[in-house]
Design a protein around this ligand. Sequence first.
Ligand SMILES: Nc1nc2c(ncn2[C@@H]2O[C@H](COP(=O)(O)OP(=O)(O)OP(=O)(O)O)[C@@H](O)[C@H]2O)c(=O)[nH]1
Ligand SMILES: [Mg+2]
Length: 319
Amino acid sequence: MEGKCSNPDCPAPISCHDGHDNHTECPNWVKNNTLKTKVPKELSRNSSKSSQVWSGDVLKIDDVSQISYRNTPIIIGLAGKAKAGKTTFLSMLYTLLLNGQEFSNYGFAGTKTIIGWDNLYNKLKVKENKVSLPEPTPTNYLRLLHFALRNNEDQLKDVLLTDASGEVFTNWSQNKDAANAKNAQWIYDRSNGFILFIDCDDLITRKNSAKTEIIDIAEMLNNDLKERPVIAVWSKADLKADVHPKIKESLQKELQEIFSNYTEIDISNFPSKNPDEIVHKNNLKVIDWLLASIILPSKKNIEISNNYENDFFLNYKGK
Ligand SMILES: Nc1nc2c(ncn2[C@@H]2O[C@H](COP(=O)(O)OP(=O)(O)OP(=O)(O)O)[C@@H](O)[C@H]2O)c(=O)[nH]1
Ligand SMILES: [Mg+2]
């Protein structure tokens, strides 16, 4: 098991400093390795309420402990205005995995939200340029979808992807403390990285007003971001050629100025050929980039160079 104990002198997970047979039962370990799930009252009253019993359905805020008991999950926050393509992105991710596509450094190792994924998959029916799509996410919803992923070193990573209504992000970008923005703030406080949705369709129809809304969300994201990575996705990129070049360039420039740990990519759910890079590859690359930015490779052993190469005594390191 991975993780680190809150007691700096403790070597757990190798063994427990306080003598517990199982280090995961030690309060010092739990303090560092259990996701804090302090829930605002209003959130737990609405549809985020958990059934506490594993059902395979999407997880609610109160259910996070079903995942966090084994290691601290990586939470990826999907941020963007209404109809920006957030839920469809999730549906497409699962559809691609079902069709045998893979993340670049991680193998799919299971999910606790199989019913939730299946519901999304069944709503996204791709038939030759015609896609039937999910309904708008209700404003009081905060769903979490889960993947367990395994890397080449056989380490398990739990990943949770958030799905909340775009309306709450627009409210949040105006006032992060607003009562109707709590789900967005929950996502902001807990996510390890973010996907910021840029809706090409909206940029075509609403032009600068659409751009301003994206910048507002970006600025609020940047408010207390620290080093957390952000990937901007130009969603509905099948339409990107019709976005006015000046809007495209200025938006790109402004986002680059706002964020430091940042990249961008085009994604779509409408393939115009088979395979179509922006559909079949880029949706997965979004997660690849975030995981690579969040999970930094473990530090190599420090190599100490010395100037005693010819001195056998000073070079002796024991056997
Ligand atoms: N052209 C185009 N339209 C798309 C694409 N993906 C989604 N759409 C359209 O965008 C609409 C909204 O997609 P959703 O995934 O529901 O958007 P959302 O961000 O989850 O919306 P909220 O839940 O309301 O916040 C869909 O109903 C489609 O009409 C795409 O790749 N290309
Ligand atoms: Mg949605």
